[in-house]
Design a binder for this molecule. Structure first.
Ligand code: CA
Length: 228
């Protein structure tokens, strides 16, 4: 009787240990899965940002690319809500180089806005980001679907920035002088599989939610840790 009882206790202990191991294993799996869910990303290729407008150190360990559209309300919102924090936390510290690539999902107005921006980038690169910001700021808050990116509007926005040569910009718009740059952007959009704007790609990893700053931060920190 005594022996039997002892064996039962041992059996019980074995089951208790096994159950504990299983529970810890399950918890570990859940933790890993939950951590993965914190930064949902889609792996793409590193985007070639040669010739694109950039902000920050060119040798920064992490590259953040925004695929954006001057006609897109979400891109304007991203520029106001997320971009300033990103610049403060990571671009100004030299950890991130930021680049912007044009998307033309809204047709002719997207193309005109991009063309004007590429002209400014080519002839007055020091004024590029001011023009970029000013053009987004000119986007109507209420009826953004109505046509607003016109040659007149673009020149009006540029007129507030003395570094921009107005007649150069006007001529470039009329002659579609930066067509090659637009074609480069279009090819990069296709290559990266961009289907919505803004799309944010961090070292070749596309974020599912561009407005989730915690996810952006976590992914950048993960990439920075990988560089060490
Ligand atoms: Ca471009």
């Amino acid at each position: 009787m005594e022996k039997k009882s002892k064996r039962n206790t041992n059996e019980g202990m074995k089951w208790a240990v096994l159950a504990t191991v299983l529970i810890f294993g399950l918890v570990a799996v859940i933790v890993v899965v939950m951590n993965q869910q914190e930064t949902p990303v889609v792996e793409t290729a590193q985007t070639d940002i040669t010739g694109q407008p950039t902000l920050g150190e060119s040798d920064a360990p992490v590259t953040v690319v925004e695929f954006g559209d001057f006609k897109c309300p979400s891109c304007k919102a991203w520029g106001e809500m997320i971009y300033p924090q990103l610049v403060e936390d990571f671009v100004n510290t030299g950890e991130v180089e930021f680049a912007y690539i044009n998307v033309f999902f809204h047709g002719n107005e997207s193309i005109l806005g991009a063309l004007a921006a590429e002209s400014v980038l080519e002839h007055s690169p020091e004024a590029y980001w001011d023009f970029h910001k000013a053009l987004f700021a000119a986007q109507p808050v209420v009826d953004h679907d109505a046509a607003w990116i016109t040659p007149e509007k673009v020149l009006e926005v540029a007129s507030a920035l003395p570094a921009i040569d107005q007649s150069q910009l006007q001529g470039d718009i009329e002659q579609v002088a930066q067509q090659e740059a637009l074609e480069t952007d279009e090819a990069l959009v296709e290559e990266a599989g961009v289907s919505q704007t803004p799309t944010i790609v961090i070292n070749g990893k596309t974020l599912e939610d561009p407005f989730d700053y915690d996810a952006i931060k976590a992914l950048i920190e993960q990439e920075l840790a990988g560089e060490e």
